[in-house]
Every structure is written in C-alpha cells, then in structure tokens.
Design a protein around this ligand. Sequence first.
Ligand SMILES: Cc1ncc(COP(=O)(O)O)c(C=O)c1O
Length: 417
Amino acid sequence: MSLASVIRSEHDLLVPTYDRQKVLFEKGRGVFLWDTRGYAYLDFLSGIGVNALGHRHPAIQRALRQQASRLIHVSNLFFHPYQAELARRLTRISGLDRAFFANSGTEAWEGALKLARAYARSVSTNGHRPKWRILALDHSFHGRTMGSLATTGQAKYRDPFGPLVPGVSFVRFNDVGDLERQLDASVCAVCLETIQGEGGIRPVTADFLRAARELTRKSGALLLLDEIQCGLGRTGRYFAYQHYEVEPDIVTVAKPLAAGLPLAAILTTRRVARAIDPGMHGTTFGGGPLVCRVAIEFLRVLEGSLAHVNEVGDYFREQLEALKRQSGSVVEVRGMGLMLGMELDSSRLAQEVVVQLLRRRILINRTSETVLRFLPPYIVEKKHVDRVVRALAEALPGTRRRPGLPRRPTSLRRSQR
Ligand SMILES: Cc1ncc(COP(=O)(O)O)c(C=O)c1O
C-alpha cells in the first residue's frame, strides 16, 4: 500500500479532522520509527507524549503478550486483579488516595469536572446553592469533549461548537491578582495544567500555583491539575506539581500511562471521592485488565527512568539555550525534563523548521503557532539530542553549522531495520 493510495482513501472515507504529515509508518523500535520505504525517523514527539518508553519496549511487549493471551476485557461490572494494583501504585507516587480509570485524557478531565461539582453539592449546607462556577486559564487545553472544551481557554477550539457547558470563566495566565478577583464563593474548582502543553509549553509559576492552592483552600473550592501531558515522569518527577510542593485535590493523567494503549486516570483525595456513589459515574472500557496490566509495567519501568529523564532533559535544555544565544529568531526556551518548547519569532519559521527536520527524518511538531515542541521518549540518549540540535542549528537563521553534521544526514539513507 503506497502513501498516495492511503491519502486518497482517507480523503474519500474519513471525516477530515487531521492535517497529517505525509509519512506512512509501519514499524517502530526504541526511539525510531520506520516508514514503508524503509527510512528511519528519530521520534522526538513520541505520539504526542504517549510512547514514553519508545516503541516495542521489551517489558511492555512481554506484559502485553502475556495479558492478551489471558483476558482483555471484563467490564466494570466485575473484578479483575489489576485495577486495584494500578491504583495502589498511582496513589503511592501521587500522594493522593483514590483512582478512577477512563480511556482518554478528555474523558478523565470530564470526570474530574463532574467530581468537582458532585463534591460541591455534597458539602453544601441546607438552603445554600452548591458552589458551581469553574475557573480555568487562558491558553489552556483540556480536550475535545463538551466540558473539556468549555474549560479550554483557546477560542479556535471552542468557537465552532458553542454553546458549551455554562459556568466557566477564564483567568489570565499566571496572574494572581486576576485569580483573586474571580475566585468568589460560587467557584467550585480552579483548573489548570501545571505546564500548558498545547498552549505552548508554558509552566505555571510557583507563585501562581501556590496562590491557587491557598485561595482554594480558604474558599472551599477544589484545585484540579491536568497532568495529562506533563505528568507521569515527563518532567523528571512523577508529577509536575511535585516540583512546586503543592498538593492538589484532583489530578488527571493519561498519555503515557499504558505506554501506547488508551488509558487515563483521575486521582483524588479520600474526602473528595466520598462525593461519588455507585452508579453516579462510569465507563465501559476504562481500566480493563489488559491496559491496567501494561500500565503497572510502565510504572515499574518508570521508577528506574526518572534520573535519566532529568539528566538528558537538562542536557537538551542547555543545548537549546545555546541555540537561543546564537539565533535572534529564538524568543524563549521553556519546559522541564523532557517536555521542552522553543518559541520562535514567527509562525512561518516554526512551520518551516518542523518541515526541515522532517526532511532530516526527525519528528517534532509546532504548537501554539510559534513554538517547537519536543516530547521525546524517556529512553532518548544524548547522542539523539545532539542530532536534533545539529538539525535545528541548520534550520534556524543565524546559527553556526555544528561541526560533525554531515551535509546529507545519514538518516536520509535507508537504515537497517
Ligand atoms: C493537557 C491535556 N489535557 C487533555 C488532553 C486531551 O487528551 P485526549 O486527546 O487523550 O482526550 C490533552 C491532549 O493533548 C492534553 O495535552
């Protein structure tokens, strides 16, 4: 099957939601993907942060094979051995007490919003309207379903689908004064990504996050952190909020949780979880034996990977900072661990750089128009970073070509699979 025929078929058969890069992948291993012509690509996007252990990780393959040969799905009407075990591991690393399993980031976020409303109702006293308003942040992204869209602070995602869920207001990013002004007694939840992903790899400031924690504690609102992109080791700690020493009431995780299979989780406190009774919330697929078993394996491998994420992440960041010093087109380097962004001074340049890197068989993407986003797998090594940095040096105006960069990168030749 050729790329051209797949493009034609998709054009005729799919709802046109995606503007895909013209590459047809058929196989992956480690930090590399191979297209159908046999060319190897260095994967610095890992399926938007999903393939955190790279492709075909042996421990994941083993767990997947073993479990697939035993039991894949039973529904949440029955028990299986792995949900509680996965919840035990997630609560231990997060400092929270309870878990609920869903299938995608947006579904977990919807559940988190429902939980916040249910909690507000459960603690409201006779005669008082329960707290119900939700504060989210400008430039945020929480997913594509109606509640997630309603809390997403970017007009381009929201506008085509209104009217959305009512009761949501947006606070200016990292603006403590604006948060103070808007957080009144009617607010049941303050929502934020600890590091905004789609919004351009923007970490929330420690001042803002600590203020959000203090103000919500005083008012009785909940603090909801969306760590779907920045959680589970991506920043060099299990959770990005652990860099800030803040304890949230609800956290959502998804992307890397089952190393490529669809699985998400809501984590919360014992106190908040008490607001939910059987039948109030649920899902058919969420937390099945196959995905939970693989996620347990992911967390086991993750435990030994955090030091590596920190080491390579620091190295990568230093290299990107060095490029910034050379090129006037680089506005800022942001992020933590292996969640890094490089903001350029024009969206056209950012797009061109992504295309140039793709020509050199390196996968990254552009987010928020001007930001190059890097989400490599946690198994990436310094030599892979060097290759990306050399390619960036060639693509960015004003940078010196790095010694050792072949005119025609070896990756352009067919690699052995
Ligand atoms: C921070 C954040 N929240 C929510 C989502 C939605 O996740 P999903 O696409 O799995 O529904 C994403 C996806 O990119 C995300 O980055």
